[in-house]
Design a protein around this ligand. Structure first.
Ligand code: DAT
Ligand code: MG
Length: 154
């Protein structure tokens, strides 16, 4: 099974929406290999958003990501990277379809509720950036045989 990485941003935690967003992934049949709350440091944000460091909005992005603690999660499931990205919707909440996390809970780009890894390669890097090995758990939900068919479970 594949693993991906999410951050429930201050726009989720600070608005009391974290549980609702987590619930969506659980309902879908995805499950959490790791989940914890943390306050993001300048250093980890500069690494995590290195591709945006030279953008004019970078200082605002950093401030928005540090406004409250965040909840970081490692989500497991078949094709988890793509499934979770699709559930989140596009970066700008105003362009996101209803039914997506961003389309149901936000109207902003900066305060867009959630981060999700954009590729399998970045998922591995991001999981290792935010979680220690002992914070990740290998298990399957007891209902796994009703979530996936036999031939889908590798
Ligand atoms: P995504 O989070 O959809 O992967 P990204 O990696 O391009 O998008 O950008 C990371 C975050 O930076 C995004 O979630 C919100 C912020 N951001 C991106 N573009 C922005 C813009 N034009 N103005 C303000 N914030 C922006
Ligand atoms: Mg991104």
């Amino acid at each position: 099974m594949e693993r991906t990485f999410i951050i429930l941003k201050p726009s989720a935690v600070g608005r009391g929406l974290a549980g609702e967003v987590i619930n969506r992934f659980e309902r879908r049949g995805l499950f959490f290999a790791g989940l914890k709350m943390m306050q993001l440091s300048d250093a980890i944000l500069e690494e995590h958003y290195a591709h945006l460091k030279n953008k004019p909005f970078f200082p605002m992005l950093k401030r928005a990501m540090q406004a409250t603690p965040v909840i970081v999660g490692c989500i497991e499931g078949k094709d988890a990277v793509q499934v979770v990205r699709t559930m989140c919707g596009p970066t700008n909440c105003r362009e996101a379809q209803p039914g997506t996390v961003r389309g149901d809970f936000g109207v902003s780009v900066e305060h867009n509720i959630i981060h999700a890894s954009d590729s399998k390669e970045n998922a591995v890097i991001e999981i290792n950036r935010f979680f220690q090995p002992k914070e990740l758990f290998d298990y399957k939900p007891v209902s796994i045989n009703l979530i996936y068919g036999q031939d889908e479970m590798n």
